[in-house]
Structure formats: C-alpha cells, structure tokens
Design a protein around this ligand. Structure first.
Ligand SMILES: [Zn+2]
Ligand SMILES: [Zn+2]
Length: 250
C-alpha cells in the first residue's frame, strides 16, 4: 500500500470518528451541513472559503489576472488560448495548497473544494445549460505517471463537475506522449517540448469531436503551453469550440 493511500485511509477513519473537518484549517465541520449554495459538500468552513484568494477579473481567453476594466490580455488579442477560460482561484497560499494535496496526496476532499469554486464560476459565466459544453475533457497524464500515482487529478475534478452539471466526461479520447516532467521547465522549454504531446487514440470513433463544444479540465493553468497543444489537437479533430476550466491560475 502506498504512503498516500495509508494517509487517505487514515483521514477517512478520522472523519468517521471525529466527523468531517475543514480541508484548510482542519477544524470540525458541523454534521450534514452544506457549506456553499451549490449543495456540494466542499469540506471547507465558511471562514476558510473567504480566505481563499480569488481571480475575479481575468482574461476571458486565458484567465490571466488583469486590472479592473480589462477583459483580454495582450497575448490573447493575437492568439487566444481558448474560446473561454475559467480559473476562479489564484495559485497561491490556500489555492496552491489545495492543488498540491489533490495532485500528490490523493486529495479527494480537496478536489471537491476546488470543484466548488469552479462550479460557482461556471454558473456565473454560462447563462444557461444550453451554453454549457457537450464534453468535459480532463487533461490526460502520461501513462507512467498514471500508473505511479494511480489516478488523474484532472479527471477527479471533471467527475465532480459532471455530477453537478450533467455534462459527459470524455477521458479516453487522447494519449499523452511520455516526456520529461514540466514542473522545472521554463515557458520557452515547455512550448518547445509540448509539440505533439497529445494524440487521438486509434480506437476512438471517427468524427466523435465533429462540431463539438468541449471544455478542457485541469487543476492549474500555468503557462498555457499544455492547454494550447491540447486545444489544437481537439480543433484538428473537429471540435468547433474549446473552453478551458482550471481550478487555479498561476
Ligand atoms: Zn476552515
Ligand atoms: Zn489571455
């Protein structure tokens, strides 16, 4: 059993004995009480929810934080990253901690906390269910990483969003080419290495993405290099509109 599995099991056992606790301050949460208007148990107390740094005014195509009154960043005027981008939380302090727990410590409760912020943003930015995408596409991770980690954090976010929004999750369309970890690379290196990182699986039915409106789901949006490559792959496969929904923006 992995160390992270043991930690996860221990946390669930503690939840059973002492009740649910807030993912940030670890203080007990009142039983059977939902802590946000979406009626999704985000495992976060109201105080910590207000302490999370949000990204309220950002570029509509890449979610880069912008000064009040601006809606598109300089880069997206010429090359927009996506048709619409959401990243409701800034990747600092609490937001970065939640993503770290989700990514490296099997943070299922942190996934719910992050998804609750994304859901609030989706309800604000998509006026009705007809405007929602047809498919949610979690960013695939390399097969070796999937094997080592045992799960894809982006897929956990997508599954939570699916339960609330009733939009299908397509997690078996693409393969990610094995490459070096991007965490230590510069933006230029990422852009150079990210070329041709994703390919459609051979077994995928032809035209499955034709004229589709899709949303790429990821935990953190950093340089946008990965999303740009994935969006290009999806467009070449027939998607007419590609949005990106990331929990946090670095
Ligand atoms: Zn708290
Ligand atoms: Zn932008």
């Amino acid at each position: 059993m992995r160390k992270s599995d043991i930690k996860c099991a221990a946390r669930l056992a503690i939840d059973c004995v002492v009740g649910d606790v807030c993912v940030l301050c670890q203080l007990p949460l009142p039983p059977h009480q939902w802590h946000d208007p979406l009626r999704l148990n985000s495992h976060m107390c109201p105080y910590c929810r207000t302490a999370v740094a949000l990204n309220p005014n950002s570029c509509q195509h890449c979610a880069l934080p912008l000064p009040d009154g601006q809606h598109i960043c300089g880069r997206c005027i010429t090359t927009p990253l996506a048709d619409r981008a959401l990243a409701p939380v800034l990747h600092q302090h609490c937001g970065a901690y939640l993503v770290h727990q989700l990514k490296f410590h099997r943070g299922e409760r942190e996934a719910l906390a992050l998804a609750s912020f994304l859901l609030t943003a989706v309800h604000q930015r998509y006026p009705n269910t007809n405007a929602l995408p047809d498919l949610l596409i979690p960013v695939p991770i390399a097969p070796w990483t999937q094997l080592r980690r045992g799960y894809n954090p982006s897929e956990w976010l997508a599954r939570t969003l699916h339960k609330q929004l009733n939009v299908a999750v397509a997690n078996d369309l693409l393969t990610r080419k094995v490459g070096p970890s991007q965490r230590t690379l510069t933006r230029h290196q990422r852009l150079r290495l990210a070329t041709n990182t994703f390919t459609l699986k051979r077994k995928v039915a032809p035209r499955v993405l034709d004229f589709r409106h899709v949303a790429i789901i990821d935990d953190v949006l950093t340089t946008g290099a990965t999303v740009a490559v994935l969006a290009g792959t999806l467009r070449r496969a027939g998607a007419v509109r590609v949005d990106v929904w990331c929990a946090t923006r670095a």
